[in-house]
Design a protein around this ligand. Structure first.
Ligand SMILES: Cc1cc2nc3c(=O)[nH]c(=O)nc-3n(C[C@H](O)[C@H](O)[C@H](O)COP(=O)(O)OP(=O)(O)OC[C@H]3O[C@@H](n4cnc5c(N)ncnc54)[C@H](O)[C@@H]3O)c2cc1C
Length: 311
């Protein structure tokens, strides 16, 4: 890679991304950049040669990074980007703040962002993925974001311009979200706490929350996630069509479709990215043959395949 600008933050060459993803797989990024603060990030992007790709990464809870790694500068925000400010209904959270932390802090002062409590990512990833569960999505609460463009400009983007839809958003190419502003309804702190505890218990009962996963592997063919309501329709849920095709617990190398929740792809210990992606593709093929439904990946798969002997 050509000479890069020298930031105040940390720039690491050939950083194995397996260290930074929930699935614990992924080859090296050419560079990992952890900016010291907003000005450091802006200056770095301004000076970074135009041909070099950047990939903003959250906490890697929705990613398969392939075994050959990523020919890009991966930007990972940390301290300096994780502040949370609450002013009445307006909750401002840094992109590196964990979803769960934002939900808890808001609840402490009687503001309801409880839907974020059980989602394991950080706020930048939540906005990029329009994360949500139990019937509420980022799109329902987001007012605006601040982002740094690939050329280093700080911009404010209203939620409407992000075209948030089921597990997707439209961000300018290479833009790094640095902050999000939510409109949080009022609620009684004890009631909000109780709701979050209930949601955590529900997750633990139905999903492999202690395994290495990246959450739902495929989008629900119905086009929405669980509403949590008792009359929720399950016939077009990805887990159901995978189960019906007999693929609950299916394995390839160290990869497995969770016996507890068949839409969760699990690294049972020594899976490569190729095992995980290969099993996912096999499931797509078999589900299509069984029911004619074409499952679409929800997990983002990025980077280059490894050499054949790597998996
Ligand atoms: C056990 C488990 C349960 C889950 N349950 C849910 C659920 O109920 N609902 C749900 O919606 N998701 C769920 N997920 C998936 C995942 O947690 C969410 O998609 C989450 O929002 C991803 O955030 P992240 O910080 O990990 O992002 P990453 O996985 O690191 O990145 C995901 C995408 O966001 C982009 N991105 C991240 N940060 C930024 C930034 N600062 N600027 C620009 N782009 C950025 C990345 O480029 C990438 O395209 C679950 C995952 C797990 C492991």
């Amino acid at each position: 890679m050509t000479q890069l600008p020298q930031p105040r933050g940390r720039l690491t060459a050939d950083k194995p991304l397996a260290d930074l993803t929930w699935l614990r797989v992924g080859g090296p990024a050419d560079r990992l950049f952890q900016p010291a603060d907003l000005d450091d990030l802006r200056a770095f992007l301004r000076e970074l040669p135009a041909g070099i790709e950047v990939f903003p990464m959250g906490v890697g809870s929705n990613l398969i990074v392939r075994d050959g790694g990523l020919r890009a500068v991966v930007i990972r925000l940390g301290r300096g980007f994780n502040g949370i400010g609450i002013d009445g209904a307006r909750v401002t959270a840094g992109a590196a703040a964990l979803d769960a932390h934002v939900a808890r802090k808001a609840a402490d002062v009687g503001r309801d962002l409880t839907f974020l409590r059980t989602i394991p990512g950080a706020i930048g990833g939540a906005v990029a993925m329009n994360a949500g569960c139990y019937g509420t999505y980022v799109a329902d609460r987001l007012v605006e974001i601040r982002a740094i463009t690939r050329t280093g400009d700080l911009v404010t983007i209203p939620a409407a311009d992000l075209h948030l839809s089921y597990r997707s958003s439209r961000l300018p190419e290479g833009a790094v979200i640095v902050e999000a502003v939510f409109n949080a309804p009022a609620g009684d702190p004890d009631t909000l706490d109780a709701r979050m505890a209930e949601q955590l218990a529900k997750r633990d009962a139905t999903q492999p929350t202690n395994d290495r996963t990246a959450g739902s592997t495929f989008r629900n063919p119905a086009g929405f996630s669980s509403t949590g309501a008792p009359d929720d329709v399950h016939d077009l849920k990805a887990w159901k069509v995978i189960d019906e095709a007999g693929l609950r617990g299916a394995r390839r190398g160290g990869a497995q479709m969770s016996p507890k929740h068949p839409n969760f792809l699990v690294n049972t210990g020594d899976a490569s990215a190729a095992d995980l992606e290969g099993l996912g593709e096999e499931v797509r093929k078999k589900v299509f043959l069984h029911s004619g439904i074409e499952l679409e990946w929800e997990i983002k798969r990025i980077g280059e395949p490894g050499a054949p002997d790597e998996g």
